[in-house]
Design a protein around this ligand. Sequence first.
Ligand code: SAM
Length: 462
Amino acid sequence: MFRVREGRIAASDLAARLEAQGFRLRTLEGMPGFLQVEHGPRPVSLTLEHWLGLLYVQQASTGIAAPQLQAQGGERVLDLCAAPGGKTTHIAELMRETGALVAAEVSEGRIRGLLGNIYRLGLTNVLVVAADGRDFPDGATFDRALVDAPCSGEGTLRRRGGRPPDQSASFLRHVTRVQETLLRRAIRIVRPGGTILYVTCTFAPEENEAVVSRVLADAPVELEPLELPVPHARGLTAFGDQRFDARLEGAARVYPHHLDSGGLFLARLRRLDDGTPARPSAWRPVPQVFPGDAMTDAQAGSLIQTGVVPTLDHFGVDPSRLTDLGWMTRGGRLWLHGATSWPVESWSPGDWRVVSLGFRALEFDPSGRPRPTNDLLQWLDGACTGSTVDPDDRQLTELLAGAPVAWPMELSGLQAMRWRGRVVGRGVPTTAGLRSEISKARARDLAAVVSGGSAEVRPADD
Ligand code: SAM
């Protein structure tokens, strides 16, 4: 099961590409933008389309959540527990990459996976922040927040081969405390009238209805009854001798049999106006220079000018391709993003760190010549009309293995390497021949795709 990367390819075009490779696909009622693989010659995660970020492998159950946040284009949205990014990337697409989506994650290890997915899908409006969501900084309010809380994961039983989750009393005490603290934090940060979606992938009422029930008792929120477009059950109002707020009936439970998938609990809350005086907007235009960098705006402007114009020119890219996007310099590199404002300068001091905004797009070699990143070249894709090369399967396999490939014609400067009509990364002509500059990890994954799956298979996303 996978989600089509809205905005980069039409579902019909993606389906046609995959069907031409032998995949049999079907649509799912109530889940626009998702396709189920009925039969395929290999895992869909081993296709060029996956490698390029034209699709995201995701269980049906988890694909339900993001639309229920109801995020609109141009809004300011917070995802408090973001990695590995299944819902972050889905929300960003639903926002049509306009506005700003702040993706917070506490685990440094899992942030790497989150970034990998955001960059692979080429999303421009996501600001990734390393932070403990329980202490997420004050200072700027959001229109909506998703709390996809850490949980005991009973709903992932099938994916874990039936291995039961940790359900010890001490773990349950710890995790429910974390869940409630995260939910209360999200409520505090969302503006009156805004939406908070609480999600877990477990069935345990202690982690679901019990948490939301306690919060409903004293926080300025109302529960908004959910009507999911897929089969589901209502939230519980009692379990054993426990009683929950009667409004929990408006929450939703998705059990594995509903979608032949994992499990999910969802509750949507509306932030009430508790009389707190409205604060002036703490969102500010995204600066050209990353805060703390030793560079003036004029220097940044000149770096952008000397980097972007010749790069677009070299690859024959129409500059209108970058309309509505902005550049930010950080550490001497240029980041491309689609956020018009961000909250960073207004955040209270604390243990948080901005990891990325949009994606790193341009670097400079020691002589100051601009070098587009592989992410930028892939993102530009068909907009590259010059300085492109089309290696065949054998040539690409050699290039990905790190070997130079003799090229029949003289090449001038960096090249956008295409395979099967799509740009896969940067090549550089050397005296020994053309060389690939795709990173080792990405090259290994692409080599597996080129070999048709006979090489190493990486696990699918979620
Ligand atoms: N939303 C993700 C997706 O759709 O791909 C899945 C999120 S997973 C259920 C929960 C995530 O919360 C984990 O990545 C975990 O590391 C993170 N997490 C746990 N405690 C956290 C905290 N206090 N603050 C922020 N993130 C936390």
